[in-house]
Each structure stands twice: as C-alpha cells, then as structure tokens.
Design a protein around this ligand. Structure first.
Ligand SMILES: [Zn+2]
Length: 147
C-alpha cells in the first residue's frame, strides 16, 4: 500500500504528490518542498535535503530517525535523504511531480487509438513508455535514472 499525499511548495505556486512506501514514514517527515521557482537561491543542505531537477525536498531527519526502526537494519544505519527518496519511502508519485496527471492524459490520447486499431495501440503504447522514460532521463529526473 502506498498512501498518496500532496504537498504545496514554499511559494505556494506548485504542489507535488508523494508516495510513502508501505507507509513506514509519516507525511510529517517532509519539512518543506521547493519548486524550481522557490528553490532559487536556497542553499541545499545534503544532510536534510535532496535536489531533483530544480525541485528540492527538505526532510525532517529527526522525524525520520524516530521511525527508522521500521526500516531494514542496513537502511536504518544509512538513513539519508537519498535513501528516503531512492528507496521510495518518501518520493514523488511517479517519476516527477505531476507525472501521474500527465501520463494519464497521454494514455487517454492513446486509448482513442485502441478503439480503432488495437494492434497499433499496443505497439504505440510500448514505444510510448520507452520514449517517455528516455525523455525524462534526458530532462534529468532522478527516478528516471534508476535501474
Ligand atoms: Zn514554489
């Protein structure tokens, strides 16, 4: 189970949906969120923050520490913003903020094709997924580089 939780950035212009793997970490672990506009000029502290393509997530590592006993031993020992993000404990819903909304829209466009040409639809769906990931990787999103 992944709980969905939306957070508004510091300047209030944007928000991002987060996933919490197995709900091991509470939403309070997110201390602040900065969009590419309001992250301008802030000093990124690697002890509490992670940067992803202009977005910055600031974690409350004290809260994360309180809940870290729920993590596997080797992860507990290496608790860091990178671990929280990369292992999916507190991470974007999708590859980047807004991904689940964009991909649903793109998929809907393709769904039209499914009605007229199912075979072509499946081919396009496959290349859509591959090309999409390549594009996101090029754009520099952290989760597109996984694996
Ligand atoms: Zn902002």
């Amino acid at each position: 189970m992944c709980m969905d939780h939306s957070v508004i950035c510091r300047c209030g212009k944007h928000d991002a949906s987060f996933n919490f793997k197995n709900e091991l970490m509470p939403p309070e672990t997110i201390e602040a969120l900065y969009c590419p506009e309001c992250s301008n000029g802030i000093a990124v502290n690697p002890v509490t923050m992670i940067k992803d393509n202009g977005w910055v997530i600031q974690y409350d590592m004290d809260v994360a520490g309180l809940y870290s006993s729920r993590l596997p031993y080797n992860e507990k020992e290496n608790l860091s913003p990178e671990l929280l993000f990369d292992e999916g404990y507190i991470t974007w819903r999708g590859v980047y903020p807004g991904d689940h909304i964009d991909s649903a829209e793109e998929r809907e466009e393709l769904a039209e094709l499914a009605k007229v040409n199912p075979k072509k639809y499946f081919e396009q769906m496959k290349s859509w997924a591959i090309n999409r990931m390549l594009r996101l990787k090029e754009e520099g999103w952290r989760k597109a580089h996984e694996g």
